[in-house]
Design a protein around this ligand. Structure first.
Ligand SMILES: Nc1ncnc2c1ncn2[C@@H]1O[C@H](COP(=O)(O)OP(=O)(O)OP(=O)(O)O)[C@@H](O)[C@H]1O
Ligand SMILES: *[C@@H]1O[C@H](CO)[C@@H](O)[C@H](O)[C@H]1NC(C)=O
Ligand SMILES: *[C@@H]1O[C@H](CO)[C@@H](O)[C@H](O)[C@H]1NC(C)=O
Ligand SMILES: *[C@@H]1O[C@H](CO)[C@@H](O)[C@H](O)[C@H]1NC(C)=O
Ligand SMILES: *[C@@H]1O[C@H](CO)[C@@H](O)[C@H](O)[C@H]1NC(C)=O
Ligand SMILES: *[C@@H]1O[C@H](CO)[C@@H](O)[C@H](O)[C@H]1NC(C)=O
Ligand SMILES: *[C@@H]1O[C@H](CO)[C@@H](O)[C@H](O)[C@H]1NC(C)=O
Ligand SMILES: [Mg+2]
Length: 675
């Protein structure tokens, strides 16, 4: 007894160092740091002195033993088990699901290799269940209600003899000393609980008492059974704990343990020096996680949503229309994304102009840094698209000094994009008329005669190339000042060739719909609708007059006797005052011969009779002075004399009726009839 007291004293002095009472009669551990304790299975002794029986691992068993066997039987007559007392402090941490619980036992050996985990506490097994040869006495702390094993609830304390089925069990708790009322305790609350097992030899009684840590041992035991352990506990037996987490990974901690078989109570455990338990909960940062996790989840869900949205939008934004037959045109096809970025998303800032077919945007190709003009044409019909694209691509192969190079195309739903070389000096119409109209474009300088004549010759050679010099005949169909663009050296370049076809396609010849621009339409179009190179020649004639006179083909002024420019030129031609028609902006500074040639050639080209018009080859020859002007004058004169004669007889070759808004573009319905 004195040894025991000394040990109690020592353990109190030795602070949180585990103390062990030497000798056969008992021991006390106030924490297990440095203690001589045997563990097996998944059980460990933590650095700060806790016995962690299950280490949070699933369905694996763990045990902790007092390393040496203790003598339980009376030395004198060797049959009866001595009175003994055990006390221990434990804590069970739940982990999402209730733990399986743990058991204190007195067993014949430390070999539990055949014992089962989970509800068997790593102490019993189904085969030897209830067999007296087990020689196991246990107190179970059961946290699962297993009906097969006749459990009373999921939070009970039981006395077990050779069996996992308790001989007697009660819901965990204690009886108040004062009131005698029952107070339930939650085994898996993670709170530190203390439990006492007292065995009395005379009369043979087992008392199991429990309480929250720090409370004095209640007088009334929780479970009490009259039972003689003499046949159960072998002469020398091992003391220990067994546990097994279920599939939940719960933790079973042992903080302190004491034993006495000398008749007295179990030595007191120094509760002030018990090791600290880890923080309860899944992880120390659980509080943070509680806030962060939902936030992170929400954020990632949002991020995924936004990503999908962006991808879908990107997909939509850059979606293109692509058909099988386009494979062969692949190299001429621009990705829509490139055009979108080149034109900065088709911003208004990049808008170069609006025409009859659509809008034209300036752009810079992202990779090559090439300056381009992108014409966006609204086009819904799929009909004829293949032929049109084929033509666009073949036109793209056209490369001539006086043509705007068509680089390629792109297609989207309802939209077609044509990509041209960018012409830094814009279209010719801006140079010709800006002074006489309140254009919001910036003031372009008036063109001098040399520039004008060069432009006329340039357009002529461009048209000649289209009509005769390329492998197939290309009819421009929309020759006019706004389709003549000026490059950096003020060379004229004809643009928009072939585009009219897109709108013409598939329309039967009977239809009166003709594509082109009013003022430039040859009269025979009204009758036959047939487009020939000579209809281009007609428009070119009007164009020459436009450039020389600096006037629009049709005047909007209602008081004008001759709203048509060609009529006025013709009148002056008859009056011998042809040069009066030359643009006053030139202030008389021009080559008289060239101007005369140009005006006459303009009249000749825009002759109402198709057959009277020269071909583009002849036109270029006239412009080059070969055949020289004298020869030129005769056919012109003859023709126009005839024409004048016809007019005198009341025949008006210009039988087109124009809508009042003469500046309109695009497909026009030509109605035949008198003016
Ligand atoms: N390649 C280009 N480089 C620079 N500017 C261009 C280019 N193509 C067109 N433009 C500008 O865009 C404007 C609009 O061109 P668009 O061809 O759409 O109309 P239009 O020529 O006036 O009429 P139409 O539709 O009958 O051709 C032109 O007037 C011109 O100023
Ligand atoms: C632990 O106890 C056992 C049995 O009493 C003994 O054999 C062993 O030497 C002890 N070990 C230590 C480190 O004290
Ligand atoms: C054991 O011995 C004691 C003392 O001799 C005696 O009182 C007791 O009855 C014996 N017990 C048994 C089970 O023989
Ligand atoms: C109990 O176990 C022993 C030894 O393992 C065995 O011989 C005996 O048959 C078992 N008894 C029962 C009832 O299973
Ligand atoms: C209690 O233990 C005895 C002896 O081992 C056994 O025969 C009896 O069935 C047990 N009672 C219960 C309820 O398990
Ligand atoms: C015991 O406490 C744990 C943790 O607070 C809780 O999850 C469990 O439901 C409680 N059990 C009972 C029977 O009150
Ligand atoms: C067991 O409990 C009973 C009261 O239920 C008590 O009379 C008895 O002394 C207790 N025995 C021990 C060894 O504590
Ligand atoms: Mg154009």
């Amino acid at each position: 007894m004195s040894v025991l007291l000394l040990n109690i004293f020592l353990s109190a002095v030795a602070l949180n160092l585990a103390a062990m009472a030497a000798g056969e009669d008992g021991f006390v551990f106030s924490g297990f740091k440095g203690a001589n304790i045997t563990v097996d299975g998944v059980a460990t002794v933590t650095r700060n002195g806790l016995v962690d029986l299950t280490t949070g691992q699933e369905t694996l068993k763990g045990h902790a033993f007092y390393p040496a066997p203790l003598r339980f039987h009376e030395s004198s007559n060797g049959t009866a088990v001595k009175s003994f007392s055990v006390s221990f402090v434990f804590a069970i941490y739940p982990n999402y699901r209730p733990s399986q619980g743990m058991a204190f036992f007195i067993a014949k050996s430390t070999d539990f290799s055949s014992a089962l985990p989970t509800q068997w506490f790593g102490v019993f097994n189904s085969a030897t269940q209830g067999n007296a040869s087990n020689h196991v006495f246990a107190v179970e702390l059961d946290t699962v209600n297993n009906r097969d094993l006749h459990d009373i609830d999921a939070n009970h304390v039981g006395i077990n003899v050779n069996s996992v089925v308790s001989n007697k069990s009660t819901t965990a708790g204690f009886y108040h000393d004062d009131t005698g009322s029952f107070n339930a305790l939650n085994l898996t609350s993670g709170e530190r609980l203390q439990l006492w097992v007292d065995y009395e030899r005379e009369p043979t009684r087992i008392n199991v008492t429990m309480s929250p840590l720090g409370m004095a041992k209640p007088a009334r035991p929780l479970v009490s059974a009259i039972y003689d352990l003499s046949t159960v506990i072998t002469e020398d037996a091992y003391l220990g704990f067994g546990s097994s987490a279920g599939r939940d990974g719960s933790r079973h901690y042992l903080l302190g343990w004491s034993f006495s078989s000398s008749g007295g109570p179990a030595p007191a455990i120094d509760i002030r020096n018990l090791p600290r338990l880890p923080r309860l909960g899944p992880k120390p940062q659980s509080k943070v996680l509680e806030i962060v996790l939902p936030l992170a989840t929400a954020t990632s869900v949002l991020a995924v949503g936004v990503t999908i949205f962006l991808l879908v939008r990107r997909h939509r934004r850059y979606a293109e229309l692509r058909e099988d037959w386009e494979v062969e045109f692949g190299p001429h096809r621009f990705p829509y994304k490139d055009l979108y970025h080149a034109t900065q998303g088709f911003r208004n800032k990049n808008l170069l102009g609006v025409g009859g077919f659509g809008r034209v945007y300036k752009g810079v190709l992202p990779k090559s840094k090439l300056e381009i003009a992108v014409k966006r044409v609204s086009h819904d019909s799929k009909q004829g698209m293949k032929e049109f694209i084929a033509e666009v691509v073949s036109i793209g192969r056209l490369q001539q000094r006086n043509l705007v190079h068509l680089l390629g195309y792109c297609r989207r739903k309802g939209q077609l994009f044509l990509v041209y070389d960018y012409m830094p000096n814009g279209s010719l119409d801006k140079y010709l008329y800006h002074r006489r109209q309140d254009d919001d474009n910036k003031l372009q300088p008036a063109l001098n005669w040399a520039q004008r004549f060069k432009i006329i010759r340039g357009v002529a050679s461009g048209l000649l190339y289209l009509h005769e010099e390329w492998e197939q005949v290309v009819i421009h169909r929309d020759v006019k000042a706004s389709n003549v663009l000026l490059d950096a050296e003020m060379n004229a370049r004809l643009g928009d060739f072939g585009l009219a076809r897109l709108y013409d396609h598939g329309i039967d010849p009977q239809s009166t719909h003709v594509v082109g621009t009013i003022g430039y339409l040859a009269p025979e179009l009204a009758c036959t609708g047939k487009v020939t190179p000579l209809t281009d020649v007609f428009a070119f004639g009007i164009f020459i007059l436009e450039v020389v006179c600096g006037q629009r083909p049709i005047k909007q002024d209602a008081r004008e006797k001759h709203p048509m420019l060609v009529d006025r030129v013709l009148e002056h031609c008859h009056n011998g005052s042809l040069l009066n028609m030359v643009d006053i902006e030139l202030h008389g500074e021009y080559d008289v011969n060239e101007a005369c040639l140009a005006l006459k050639l303009g009249l000749l080209c825009s002759h109402p009779f198709m057959d009277a018009r020269p071909t583009m080859r002849q036109v270029t020859q006239y412009l080059d002075g070969d055949p020289p002007t004298p020869e030129l004058s005769s056919p012109v004169d003859t023709n126009f004399e005839m024409l004048a004669a016809m007019q005198n007889e009341g025949f008006d070759p210009y039988i087109m009726s124009y809508p009042s808004s003469t500046a309109s573009h695009g497909a026009t319905s030509i109605v035949s009839g008198g003016r």
